[in-house]
Design a protein around this ligand. Structure first.
Ligand code: B3K
Ligand code: ZN
Length: 883
């Protein structure tokens, strides 16, 4: 381990910046290996800094400083010092001055993909969180807001397209095959939102007229030849722009909005002002090359990045501890957008599934942290499901607590009060308090307390008094560094359903109104009494998943069947099915452990499921969600300790097979009825039909008759869209035999020229539960189309293996762990951010049975002992082992 152990930064140490920068002039002479950056910063003392330090300290990494001057006068070597991470000028004028800097950088050598780098020959940037300091020296923190003018110069042949933030100002030829472009962004922004692009790209164009009548030119830049595949993203962009006007009264504020798709990108996309840069997998889509899930995530990420224009850019974060201020809020907004554009219930189911899979898992392990963390070593490690997805749930709870109207008033006030500022969670909450006159001080605990609360509920019915009594206890499990927790304010949406399936009017004995069905749980234990309940009710608790908690409630299997049939809250109807399936699966794991077969309970579940999916009043997408059984990781999370992924795999298979067999006829019907009607369309309804058909196919395949094998092979080989083709490939690759090799070879031949589609080929093999999988995956790391330097390839092969192939990743011999750790260390040499993320797959190691736990621990200890770890990996592995 490094001798100079990296020191954490802490929220409580926040100090305003000593100096502010009001305007930045940048001039880039783009060159693959020697890009010259001339920066002119208009600097002044920060009046709010109190007793400012004399020295001006700027962040800077991996920069070659060529020239430094103040107000045109070059500094001498005695005037300043430069070390590996900063530049300090001991004495500067108390009055405003212009600091001039010339730095040289090497984009081609930049494999960390932060700062300025090249992706398949295209110059592009990624500055969030701290990448701008790899471009020039700067106070690289989100509370320093400046306007930017950016001039770019490059060879026309190399980079005919030159883009930066804001509006275009001018462009022209320079001779010697060079040209230039100037861009100006009038909106003050932090350095993390800076962006430029230079390259040879094609584009599609459109326009948008804002509510107040301004015309905005929209362009999406992609690799030549892929223009047609950007149409869906353009459509999504325009729908997002309209939606933000209607729902939140937010208009776009520049003359142009540009999106550029690049291949090598550490994350999904980036909201740089007026110039969003995207991982091309989140832009490019056509029926032949993209699945419905791809179309769906393109729509939601395009929306997400666009929505950042207000929640993130116009109002940014004071410091990185406040990350959820922009991310949680923007995820909430994109979820709402998808809910409005598609089916709200199905969207909620998808979002909650994801929350539980990623965030609940994180919250239950060594990497648990509050939505607003209080310390970090490397901020890139905190772009987590907790900050994003749980952060969004907190915003949603505010809406549930205040009601839709007061929530909107609070949002309006937030936009009005903090436009142009770098704000905090306190600022945000105060807006809702002021707008609604409600006190959110208790609610605020959600931001600082980690862990997933458990609500233990019990319902009693008093026949004589015709009263029902619901007792709710909140259990707050300890998380690293935090053992005693305070009770939270938890909004619990409730319904009571009478024996006839009718909703019972909720009437509290206290007389308190409960029109919205929301109970406010604020104490450790609370009892709610309801009057005039004519017959014993079945409770439907946490409707719409009104809070990110686990629910423990003693419902009988009959009660779950009843809810599956009658709950008017369709989310909870699905939840009942999901709870029932989980129960069955956990039982099966227990029996397998004892060497028994337990299928009795399963029969009840399957029967109820059969009845649910027969209900044609329910839309296909919803029925598809019913048919998707809990995943192996869901079962592992529910079991929680001494997890044996081998047994879980077998139980899961058993239930799939049982369901496929028992519901065979109905599923076959679905496969027939849900065939495509007419030409491919990515809309939600058509996608829902495909989803239902594919879900049925999964279960029928598990049944495993010769007929089922033929159906699956046909589904794959005759597919006319990527949703069916990719789904078929995954199912076929999960099996063995000739068809597997044939299908993989067929897919490879067809798609080897397409660097995005071929990722599906890597991923299908990475998730195969076959014993031979690891050997094949190792071989694939040497495949000519694979590269450790390309994050999408790493995610498709290594990420999918570690996260979506539990049975092989958690091989009892530890070989899966060793393989992933070895890749992590190799990647850490050049891309720490991706390495740390991959290592995160170990976050459930403590919950495993002793044999695997020991194996995983040894591998983690090996990582921890490796010399010269990045801060990113150092922090993750330390937290992982520190418990
Ligand atoms: N704000 C970016 C994420 C940046 C991640 C930096 N490690 C994308 C988004 O959340 O919209
Ligand atoms: Zn975001």
């Amino acid at each position: 381990m490094k001798t100079d152990t990296p020191r954490p930064r802490r929220l409580k140490d926040y100090r305003p910046p000593d100096y502010l920068v009001d305007h930045v002039d940048l001039d880039f002479a783009l060159d693959p290996e020697r890009t010259i950056v001339e920066a002119k910063l208009k600097v002044r003392r920060n009046p709010a800094a109190g007793k400012a330090r004399q020295a001006l300290v700027l962040d800077g990494e991996q920069l070659e400083l060529q020239r430094i001057a103040i107000d045109g006068k070059p500094l001498t070597a005695n005037d300043y010092t430069v070390d590996a991470t900063s530049l300090s000028i001991a004495k500067v004028s108390a009055r405003a001055f212009t600091l001039e800097l010339t730095t040289v950088i090497n984009p081609e050598a930049n494999k960390a993909l932060q700062g300025l780098y090249r992706s398949r020959g295209v110059f592009c940037t990624q500055c969030e969180a701290e990448g701008f300091r790899r471009i020039t020296f700067f106070p690289d923190r989100p509370d320093v807001l400046a306007t930017y003018t950016c001039r770019l110069e490059a060879d026309v042949a190399l980079a005919p397209v030159l883009l930066a933030n804001g509006n275009p100002v001018s462009r022209g030829k320079l001779g010697k095959g060079r040209h230039f472009a100037v861009w100006h962004d009038p909106h003050p922004k932090p350095s993390y939102l800076f962006a430029l692009v230079g390259g040879d790209l094609g584009h599609i164009a459109s326009t948008f007229k804002t509510a107040s009548g301004r015309k905005v030119d929209l362009k999406i830049y992609v690799e030549h030849g892929k223009e047609a595949r950007a149409a869906w993203a353009m459509d999504a962009l325009k729908r997002s722009m309209r939606w933000d006007e209607k729902r939140f009264g937010r208009e776009y504020d520049l003359d142009v909005f540009n999106i550029v798709a690049v291949s090598d990108f550490n994350m999904g996309a980036m909201e740089n002002k007026g110039l969003n840069i995207f991982n091309d997998r989140l832009i490019l889509a056509s029926a032949e090359t993209a699945t419905d899930a791809n179309f769906e995530s393109i729509e939601s990420v395009v929306a997400h990045e666009y929505f950042h224009n207000w929640t993130g850019n116009r109002i940014t974060c004071r410091d990185w501890f406040q990350l959820c201020l922009k991310e949680g809020l923007t995820v909430y907004r994109d979820q709402e957008f998808s809910a409005d554009e598609r089916s709200a219930t199905v969207q909620r189911i998808i979002d909650v599934r994801q929350l539980r899979a990623m965030q609940f898992t994180e919250d239950a392990g060594p990497l648990a942290h509050p939505v607003r963390p209080e310390s970090y070593i490397e901020i890139n490690n905190f772009y987590t499901a907790t900050v994003y997805e749980k952060g969004a749930e907190l915003v949603r709870m505010i809406e549930t607590i205040l009601g839709r109207e007061d929530f909107r008033r609070g949002m309006d006030l937030y936009f009005e009060r903090h436009d142009g500022q770098a704000a905090t969670i306190e600022d945000f909450l105060t807006c809702f308090e002021d707008a609604s006159k409600q006190d959110l001080s208790h609610f605020k605990l959600w931001y600082s307390q980690a862990g997933t609360p458990e609500l233990v509920c019990a319902l009693r019915y008093d026949r004589a008094k015709k009263q029902a009594e619901l007792k709710i206890e909140q259990v707050l499990p300890p998380t690293p560094g935090e053992t005693r927790k305070k009770p939270l304010h938890i909004p619990v949406r409730l319904g009571l359903i009478g024996g006839n399936g009718q909703e019972i009017m909720l009437k509290r004995d206290t007389g308190e109104s409960i029109d919205d069905g929301v109970l406010h749980v604020t104490k450790r234990t609370q009892t709610f009494r309801f009057l005039d309940v004519p017959s014993p009710p079945v409770p439907s608790i946490l409707r719409g998943f009104s809070a990110p908690v686990n629910l423990t409630l003693n419902l009988s299997d009959r009660d779950l069947e009843f809810l599956m049939a009658h709950d008017q809250d369709l989310f909870n109807r699905w939840q009942a099915a999901n709870t029932y399936a989980t129960r069955v699966l956990v039982d099966m794991v227990k029996s397998l452990r004892k060497g028994e077969r337990a299928t009795a309970r399963a029969a009840g579940f399957v029967k109820a499921l059969g009845a649910s999916i027969a209900d044609e009043a329910l839309e296909p997408a919803y029925r598809a969600e019913l048919l998707k059984l809990p995943s192996q990781s869901d079962i592992a999370r529910t079991i929680g300790r001494n997890v044996d992924p081998g047994l879980i795999f077998r139980a899961h298979r058993q239930l799939l097979k049982l369901t496929g067999t028992a519901l065979g006829a109905a599923l076959e019907n679905i496969c027939g009825e849900m065939r495509a009607q007419g030409a491919f369309s990515p809309d939600a309804q058509s996608a829902g039909r495909r989803a239902l058909r594919n879900a049925a196919l999964t279960l029928l395949t598990a049944r495993g008759t010769a007929l089922d094998d033929t159906r699956l092979a046909d589904h794959f080989f005759k597919a006319d869209n990527m949703t069916d083709e990719a789904h078929g490939l995954v199912l076929i690759a999960a099996g063995s035999g000739d068809v597997r090799e044939k299908a993989l070879a067929h897919f490879f031949d067809r798609w080897q020229g397409d660097h995005l589609v071929i990722d599906k080929w890597f991923a299908a093999q990475a998730q195969s539960p076959q014993r031979s999988a690891l050997g094949q995956i190792k071989a694939l790391t040497r495949h000519p189309l694979f590269s450790l330097e390309a994050p999408n390839k790493v995610r498709a092969l290594i990420g999918v293996f570690a996260l979506q192939n539990p049975v092989q990743f958690h091989r009892p011999d530890g070989a899966g762990y060793e393989f992933v750790a070895k890749q992590v260390l190799a990647i850490d040499r050049f891309n720490p951010s991706i390495a740390a993320r991959m290592l995160g797959a170990f976050r459930i190691w403590h919950a495993l049975e002793p044999g695997r736990r020991g194996a995983a621990k040894r591998v983690l200890q090996g990582v921890a002992k490796t010399p010269d770890l990045s801060r990113d990996v150092f922090e993750i592995v330390s937290r992982m082992l520190d418990r």
